[in-house]
Design a protein around this ligand. Structure first.
Ligand code: SF4
Length: 784
């Protein structure tokens, strides 16, 4: 943990610098780009029934969008005000009225005709609901009935047959903490959170490489660092205010490098609405883009290291930081031997980049005194995600880019609450302040909580869901599934299989603010829907932790309320108390402040959270830099350099690698059918023009993308992707992703695979041919 404290926001330069402008054409007229003014007007219109409340949320609350962390309109990086369209889009979730009763209680088949976006637009869940087999409509039930029925069922199931999941939405640290404690109180360790499908490998890898589980640095370290690398991250789209930080970085001479299979238009040029010269003339963000193959990052990084070791042979001290390596790391010689043994052909084939391009990047980093590596799903959502991140940590350690100003490793988060989910213990591998598998941590928490924590390892959410289809007598068959938010039908691979899993559970509880397609799936005994409060409605407010470890207090905000909605933390503890009334005092929290007091005790680095009480209150756990001065929180204070094997990339002849991308959406919530950054449609298949030519495909032509897992019907859209690699939108493209393939250390599902792209016409003709052949065979059999 670092001793240096964050210095607070700094100012942007007043005078513009035309050197960074995209063009002299004002407002990017004629270019494909987000329409911020039009989008803002649309949000004002959408919230017209509740404008004063909407304004109070924006000016007093902590953003419930991404995890950049904006409190009111201010952040800790740059003097404000800051706002973005992501925040404006999710605003309506907080201000909309209840779902019209005539729609809420209509036949389930009618509700099922609606997409998740349409369900979201219906409004808030107003009161507890129930639906049993044979019932075609949701019926209203009282809170008492709902809680008693849930508790009644939980009393009958073995705790190993009960699982919890919490998405990130606007969920606060208090709710994660209460859920993690309630799950253990009920005897289960099957509790997981949304980071399982986004940054779980980041935490696992940073832990094994550096002993830390979060970003080692701040956004402010971007400003003026020599090189800022975005690896598999489209921060401009997913964390839009970050473009302002990029602008500030460029003004201080930082080089921005993007490593991604697709030349993301929004990472190349951006018109930042709140920076006048950028809003007018745009800002060139990326100085260079390295278009790696999907899954080719490990090879690319090994290539960079191989160059460094060659440069060191020629000119010692020209590439890596020997002092840092000697004083603060283990494993240098093993890593060097491993990398030197790799041949350039394999590195080039796997990465998709030439030896020369790898040399360019190696030289750029070699000549840099400081650097920050930022990454996202492009690195984590692989079956070798943890290895990808440990490679990033290898690069950072070899350069000594750790534990000092303008240096660091940063897994940038996309959900405001997700950083805190694992830290609060809503995770099968974590308890507050430590790992689940550490008996020391378990004992410490048992002492704080006053009850025994089950000592068996809990399952990740994907496995919990798969356990629903185990045989009836299996001891781990999932019988009760309690989910706070989350739409598994749209976030997990193989939606048909996920539906079967959801249907196979006896009782499913959906604690949420809106309906989604998963809420409407049947259960064997009952589906119970519980109306939750938003973070702005919860009495006593709540806290959330940003990517850069700032713990922000978001106050309760005056405004209209959903009459029956309850604070999420309270619902968990209420259920738990009803299951074990004789021990109710052990799980009782009179208010949110009591939870914060207990978090401060249970999680030593969160000491300080108990003092957050008003608008704008914030503290950063761990100080400005984790591993400050190279001292890592590992047993001997050193980081681990790890030799990483090249992954086997399974792409048979004639196939493409496919990965998924995000358009105008907030995680799985889609806000527009058109991607504002490239004007693509949600069913467009982003394909390199020359690949398309080889397949005789024209732009706009219907194609079928398929493999043994599924079939996706879309249209060709020419895009600047690495040849042999295509992109489809997420979650629509999930039909192509295999189920049950998890990364071995962190359990993230694999979201990349190999596919065939074929003209729709040919694909269907091929199917027809088979059909005709089959009919002929049948006819012959019949005649015979
Ligand atoms: S960038 Fe993220 S934290 Fe900032 S306003 Fe937008 S959604 Fe909120």
């Amino acid at each position: 943990m670092g001793k240096t404290k964050h210095q607070g926001p700094v100012k942007l330069p007043k005078m513009p610098d035309p050197k960074h402008w995209v063009s002299m054409v004002p407002f990017g007229l004629g270019k494909v780009k987000p329409k911020h003014i039009r989008d803002t007007a649309k949000v004002v219109w959408e919230n017209k029934d509740n404008l004063p409340y909407a304004t109070r949320i924006l000016t007093q609350g902590v953003c419930d969008g991404c995890a950049l962390g904006v409190a009111g309109l201010k952040d800790q990086t740059l003097a404000g005000p800051h706002i973005c369209t992501t925040r404006l889009n999710v605003l309506r979730l907080n201000t909309m009225p209840a779902i019209d009763k005539s729609i809420l209680h209509q036949d389930i088949s009618e509700l099922r005709k609606r997409s998740s976006s349409e369900l979201r637009q219906l409004g808030r869940i107003p009161y507890p609901l129930s639906r049993k087999p044979g019932e075609s409509k949701f019926s209203r039930i009282s809170w008492d009935e709902a809680l008693d029925r849930i508790a009644g069922k939980l009393k009958t199931v073995d705790p190993k047959q009960l699982a919890f999941f919490l998405t990130a939405r606007g969920i606060t640290n208090e709710s994660y903490y209460a859920a993690g404690k309630a799950a253990r109180f009920l005897g289960t360790n099957h509790i997981d959170n949304a980071s399982r499908i986004c940054h779980s490998p980041s935490k696992t890898a940073l832990k094994r490489s550096l002993g830390i589980g979060a970003s080692s640095c701040n956004y402010q370290d971007w400003l003026g660092t020599d090189v800022l690398v975005f690896w598999g991250s489209v921060a401009s789209n997913n964390q839009p205010v970050s473009t302002k930080y990029m602008y500030a970085a460029k003004r201080k001479g930082t080089k921005i490098i993007v490593i991604n299979p697709y030349w993301e238009p929004s990472m190349a040029n951006y018109w930042i609405p709140s920076v006048p010269d950028s809003a007018l003339f745009g800002t060139k963000l990326a100085d260079d883009v390295y278009q790696v193959n999907i899954g080719g990052d490990i090879a690319f990084m090994n290539g960079v290291m191989k160059h460094w070791f060659e440069m060191e042979k020629e000119h010692p001290g020209s590439a890596i930081n020997r002092n840092f390596i000697n004083e603060h790391t283990h494993g240098f010689s093993e890593l060097k031997k491993h990398v030197e043994a790799q041949d350039w052909l394999s590195l080039e084939t796997s990465s998709g980049l030439t030896k020369g391009r790898m040399r360019e990047f190696a030289e750029l980093l070699a000549g840099s005194e400081s650097g920050v590596f930022v990454w996202s799903m492009g690195l984590t959502q692989h079956r070798f995600g943890t290895d990808n991140i440990s490679q990033v940590a290898n690069l950072a350690m070899l350069k000594g880019f750790i534990g000092r100003e303008k240096c660091g490793v940063m897994p940038i988060r996309g959900h405001s609450g997700v950083q805190g989910s694992g830290e609060m213990g809503a995770d099968p591998f974590s308890l507050p302040g430590g790992d689940f598998d550490s008996s020391k941590t378990r004992k410490r928490i048992e002492k704080t909580w006053g009850f025994k924590i089950p000592d068996w390892q809990g399952d990740i959410v994907g496995v919990s869901l798969e356990n629903a289809v185990l045989p009836e007598n299996h001891p781990r068959k999932l019988r009760a599934f309690y989910t706070s938010g989350g739409n598994f039908l749209e976030t997990m691979p193989d939606p048909d299989f996920v539906k079967k899993c959801l249907e196979s559970v006896d009782l499913r509880v959906h604690q949420d603010i809106i309906l989604n397609t998963s809420t409407l799936v049947d259960a064997k005994e009952e589906v119970i829907v519980l109306p939750a409060m938003t973070r702005y409605e919860q009495p006593g407010g709540g806290t959330s932790t940003s990517t850069e470890r700032m713990v922000y207090f978001s106050p309760e905000i005056k405004g209209p309320r959903m009459e029956e909605a309850r604070p999420e933390w309270e619902i968990y503890t209420e259920v738990a108390k009803r299951v074990k009334p004789e021990q109710a005092h052990l799980i009782d929290f009179p208010d949110a402040q009591a939870i914060r007091n207990e978090i401060a005790e249970a999680h030593p680095v969160y000491d300080g959270i108990q003092h957050l009480k008003g608008k704008g209150d914030v503290f950063q756990w761990g100080g400005a830099w984790l591993c400050e001065d190279g001292e890592c929180p590992t047993p001997d204070g050193k980081g681990n350099l790890l030799p990483i094997e090249l992954p086997e990339l399974r792409k048979p002849e004639g196939h493409f690698y496919v990965t998924t991308r995000r358009g105008k959406q907030f995680n799985s919530m889609v806000y527009s059918a058109t991607d504002p950054n490239n004007s693509a449609d949600r069913y467009d298949v982003l394909l390199h023009k020359e690949d398309a030519n080889q397949l005789s495909l024209k732009e706009g032509e219907a194609v079928v993308v398929y493999n043994q897992f599924g079939t996706f019907h879309g249209r060709v859209r020419f895009a600047n992707t690495r040849r042999g690699n295509i992109q489809v939108y997420w979650p629509e493209g999930n039909v192509l992703i295999p189920k049950g393939v998890y990364e071995k250390y962190a359990g993230i599902p694999e979201y990349n695979t190999a596919v065939v792209v074929e003209k729709a016409e040919t694909y269907h003709a091929h199917k027809d041919t088979k059909y005709v052949e089959k009919r002929i065979e049948e006819l012959e059999t019949e005649i015979g």
